[in-house]
Structures are given as structure tokens and as C-alpha cells.
Design a protein around this ligand. Structure first.
Ligand SMILES: [Zn+2]
Ligand SMILES: [Zn+2]
Length: 310
């Protein structure tokens, strides 16, 4: 789900029925975003210390966004793990229930403090878990969100992206996990709970991919996003993960854009230095995939803006 995953760079071994991703030669990750790539764009996926695997003062995330020339920043911390038994709610993966009100208060305080300098949006990264829709609806009713990110991290009874998840691909089959993931992602979009689908091709995080793309399952998820008027994030986070590729991969992004699914830009920052990180790579990728505009979201309403051309 984040930093825990980053710390353990799992090398894929021999994915069952899958192919290994050829890794690019290691290059030092730059934590410097080119200002021109970032300027005027939002960062719509940012965490706080409450999730247990992000660090830094929340106001430093906002200061970094201003320094980089971003127009908006949305805090989107991990929803409490409502779909797991209480004893299994790992405080290193998501905020605890008793931190929720403090989260709302802090974002509200930052909105007032930075008013006129940068738009600070109130968001939430909410896990979709099949069969727990009523509990999710109750959580979402507790605040007047600007935007809710829909994530599928829990697939076939376990995490799909935790460090230990890499072994699942060998055990359970890469194709099977991908196909179940996309089924859940499509279902998530269809619930109408979410404004944005996050890291669209998340199962690739540790470097596992099916032997050939599951085009029907992908197409169903794209169609579900389109039908629900749900946006997709172009996330630089994948560039920091073992896979070394933004979410979604260019082929999928082109498919989403071709279907008319709106896009937002995000970093999935878990530290202030990651705010707006990698946009100098994701913005050109977006242009190549045919993106001509991005959306901003306020009180769950989307407004399109032209993507600045170089
Ligand atoms: Zn996280
Ligand atoms: Zn996140």
C-alpha cells in the first residue's frame, strides 16, 4: 500500500504462467520535479502520518506543493480498514478509526491556513472490498468530501500489493489474480462511490504480468469507469516501485483516454518530497496517450482544464 512496499524491493522470480518484466538499468531516482511539468496541475493522491507508513508534517506537503507550482493538493489518506476484523486492522497500513476526526480537522485547518495560496482538497483513499459496501457507505457519509479515490488492494482474500504479496503470483497464478483484480475494479467503479480509480494496473507493482494482457477484463474495467463517469489517476508512484512504470501503463492509458475516461494527476506521496514527484515523466506520457485535458474535482464535481502543451 505504500512505504512498506517500497522498502522491500521484491525481485520477481518466476511468475507462474507469467512473464517477468525486463527492468531498466538502475538509475538514481530524482526527487526533483521539473517545475514546468508540474505548474498549474493538481496532486490528487497524498497521505499523512496517520496511515502509519507515511511521514512528515501535513503542512509540509502543502508547502512542497506550493514550492513546485501545483495549483491544488488533495489529502487522500487511507480509510480505516473497515472490511477486516478489528484484530486484523494493521495500524501500519491505514489510519485507525479514532484518528478519522483528527484527519478531517487537520485538512480543514490547512484549507483555512492556505486559503488564497493553494486549493487544499479533502479526499480519502477508500478500499473497495466486495460484500462490505454498506460499511463503506457509512464511512463515506461521515464527511463532505471533495473527492474519493477508489482502490482495490484486497484481492481474493489478501493484499495484492504488500511486500509479501509477490509470492502470491507464483502460488495462485498471475492471470488469475489479474483477472480477479480487474473484476473487482470494475465492480468498484460501478458502485458509484468513487470519483477516481487509483493505480489502475496495481498488480504489476512487484513486476508480475500475465503472459498476455487480459484484454476482456481490462476492457470491462474501462467501460465501468466510463459508465460511472469515474476518472482515472495518472500516478507517478509506479515509477518508485520495483516495476518502474507509471500507473496505468501507456497501452491502458490510451484505452482509457480513447473511451473518454477523464484523468487526474497524482504522486501517491507518502512524504513531502514526493508531492508532484515524477510529473516531468507522467505529463509527457499523458500527452503521448492522447490526453488533452485533465479534471479538477471539488465537492465531487469535475471541471475539465486543457493540459498545458510544451
Ligand atoms: Zn499508502
Ligand atoms: Zn495511496
Amino acid at each position: 500500500m505504500g512505504r512498506r512496499g517500497d522498502q522491500e524491493a521484491v525481485r520477481p522470480t518466476s511468475p507462474a504462467g507469467g512473464r517477468r518484466i525486463r527492468r531498466r538499468p538502475a538509475s538514481p531516482l530524482k526527487l526533483v520535479a521539473s517545475e514546468s511539468a508540474v505548474k498549474g496541475l493538481p496532486d490528487y493522491h497524498v497521505h499523512t502520518f496517520r496511515c502509519g507508513h507515511a511521514g512528515g508534517a501535513s503542512r509540509d506537503f502543502v508547502e512542497k506543493a506550493i514550492e513546485r507550482g501545483l495549483a491544488e493538493i488533495a489529502f487522500t489518506d487511507h480509510i480505516p480498514l473497515y472490511f477486516l476484523p478489528e484484530s486484523d486492522r494493521d495500524p501500519a497500513l491505514a489510519m485507525r478509526e479514532d484518528q478519522f476526526d483528527g484527519y478531517l480537522e487537520e485538512v480543514s485547518r490547512l484549507q483555512r491556513e492556505f486559503c488564497g495560496r493553494i486549493a487544499v482538497r479533502l479526499g480519502l483513499e477508500a478500499d473497495y472490498a466486495e460484500g462490505h459496501e454498506a460499511a463503506l457507505a457509512r464511512w463515506l457519509a461521515r464527511a463532505d468530501w471533495d473527492l474519493v479515490l477508489g482502490s482495490v488492494h484486497w484481492v481474493a482474500g489478501d493484499w495484492i500489493d504488500a511486500p509479501g504479496s509477490a509470492a502470491r503470483f507464483e502460488r495462485e497464478g498471475t492471470g488469475r489474480l489479474y483477472s480477479e483484480y480487474y473484476r473487482l475494479l470494475a465492480q468498484a467503479a460501478r458502485t458509484g462511490f468513487f470519483d477516481v480509480l487509483t493505480h489502475f494496473d496495481l498488480p504489476k507493482k512487484h513486476g508480475h504480468r500475465p503472459a498476455s494482457p487480459l484484454e476482456d477484463a481490462e476492457a470491462a474495467a474501462i467501460e465501468a469507469a466510463r459508465g460511472a463517469a469515474c476518472a482515472v489517476e495518472i500516478s507517478s508512484a509506479g515509477l518508485r516501485k520495483p516495476v518502474g512504470e507509471a500507473y496505468p501503463e501507456p497501452r491502458l492509458l490510451a484505452g482509457l483516454v480513447g473511451a473518454g475516461v477523464p484523468v487526474v494527476f497524482s504522486s501517491d506521496a507518502h512524504a513531502p518530497a514526493e508531492v508532484g514527484w515524477g510529473y516531468e515523466r507522467t505529463v509527457p506520457l499523458a500527452r503521448q496517450a492522447g490526453v488533452r485535458e485533465f479534471v479538477t474535482i471539488e465537492h465531487r464535481r469535475k471541471t475539465p482544464h486543457p493540459l498545458p502543451m510544451p
